[in-house]
Design a protein around this ligand. Structure first.
Ligand code: 13P
Ligand code: SF4
Length: 418
């Protein structure tokens, strides 16, 4: 199986946009946006980080040359640098990663290399921020392309969350109930800015990832009567529903509407308030794709990521984080057909790694996460060669007043392991 890059280049008509066949640097200086891929239509907040132009030599180098330069730079730097890669990265980048994993595993991996001077994070902005929060003093975290954000994370900003919190605490008050549970606990998905993690740290809340969301919600319900869950409505709804929370007790909070689009009675009755955020990659999956997979591949095992809409999770056989999906495929003893609902780079890599199974992406159109796509071997070669020259570029730094409470919320999560 070819990498997604090779497929897009050889048959651009099969991808969701022909722009994907271009180098990501084509979009560094253009109109601000997420770039081509699944979240290209999402609204990018003003002031989102921009990436300056990648030096021409890296844009023009062949992949073979870039791979050779990356290997040489890594060999020179040795243990001084560690490269982390998320499952959704392109194969061309993943081959250089010292650790490959989901966002939870990479947050842990960042902590296992206290002696590395630099952590090069091939993932998206919130992951690099998390690594910086958990890093040792003096370690620098580098995001090879600063435009690698996350459209879902951008759907909840600190001002809107503070405003929602104010309105909610006006209704709920601040007094604990007879069991000592406070009226509401904020829970943020890892896919959020450091400011929101800091908010959770300051208000008795916690961070979750898709691999520990149920454990974290249990933690929150032990301490609070309700949860404000942001930014991903789908992960919140799917997880709380599986724990028995009725849908009518999960109102949605739309920050653009008064009281989030709710009335006071609905808010008073809420058990989980879901922020109006979503992932445009996982929003592409639908029930019709699952029905088609079942019709064409009798016995197919359908596994989707919990960022998919509820109807999709309900129609699938299983739902779980990227690590769950990987482990499920790896553990299948008999040759099996898998239809997977998550980012296409990861699905195609699984297909190549486990040829005894038939593995395909539920979405027939090749459409990667537009922000993960912004990391290309050219940027990796550039930041590594700059490190060799003694220069740290594209550093992600979280200010101490945000990092401190954010660390508290993250440490609560790490302690509440599944
Ligand atoms: P994981 O937490 O499963 O790594 O997912 C991260 C992500 O961005 C999913 O869209
Ligand atoms: Fe964000 Fe979705 Fe991309 Fe994950 S897949 S980084 S949630 S846009």
């Amino acid at each position: 199986m070819s990498s997604v890059d090779t497929i897009i280049r050889s048959a651009p008509g099969e991808s969701c946009t022909p722009e994907l066949a271009q180098g990501p640097w084509t979009f560094d200086l253009g109109t601000p946006g997420y770039g081509p891929g699944a979240s290209m239509g999402d609204v990018i907040p003003t002031g989102s980080p921009r990436q300056g132009q990648l030096p021409t030599e890296y844009q023009q180098a062949s992949n073979d040359e870039l791979h050779a330069r990356i290997r040489a730079a890594k060999a020179t730097l040795g243990d001084r640098v560690v490269v982390l890669g998320h499952f959704y990265q392109r194969d061309e980048v993943v081959q250089h990663a010292d650790f490959l994993g989901d966002s939870f595993q990479l947050a842990n991996a960042a902590q296992t290399v206290p002696n590395a001077e630099a952590i090069v994070f091939c993932g998206v902005h919130f992951m690099a921020e998390t690594a910086d929060i958990l890093a040792q003093p003096g370690q620098s975290v580098i995001l090879p392309n600063l435009a690698a954000g996350c459209s879902m994370a951008d759907m909840a900003d600190i001002d809107s969350v503070e405003e929602a919190w104010e309105q909610l605490t006006e209704i709920y008050g601040t007094e604990p109930d007879a069991d000592g549970r406070v009226p509401i606990i904020p829970v943020t998905y890892m896919n959020s800015s450091a400011a929101l993690k800091g908010f959770c740290g300051r208000h008795g809340g916690i961070v979750c990832t898709s691999s520990n969301a149920a454990t974290v919600l249990e933690w929150a319900f032990e301490r609070g009567q309700r949860v404000l869950f942001f930014p991903d409505q789908h992960l919140g709804r799917n997880t709380a529903k599986a724990m028995g929370v009725p849908l009518e007790r999960m109102p949605m909070w739309n920050p653009r509407k008064p009281l989030g689009g709710n009335d006071v009675a609905g808010i008073e009755d809420a058990r989980v308030i879901l922020w109006h955020g979503f992932c445009s990659v996982h929003k592409r999956f639908n029930v019709a794709q699952i029905e088609k997979a079942r019709a064409e591949h009798p016995g197919v095992r359908v596994i989707v990521h919990p960022e998919c809409p509820m109807e999709v999770v309900d129609a699938a056989d299983e739902a779980g984080s990227t690590d769950y999906i990987r482990k499920a495929v790896a553990a299948a003893a008999e040759p099996t057909t898998f239809a997977i609902g998550t980012e296409v780079n990861m699905v195609n890599r699984l297909a190549a790694e486990f040829p005894q199974h038939e593995i395909f992406c539920l979405d027939p159109v090749v459409c990667p996460c537009s922000t993960m796509y912004r990391i290309h071997p050219g940027y990796l070669a550039w930041v590594l060669e700059e490190l060799v020259a003694g220069r740290v570029i594209n550093q992600i730094t979280v200010a101490d007043d945000v990092a401190e409470p954010a660390r508290i919320a993250l440490e609560r999560m790490l302690a509440a392991k599944p």
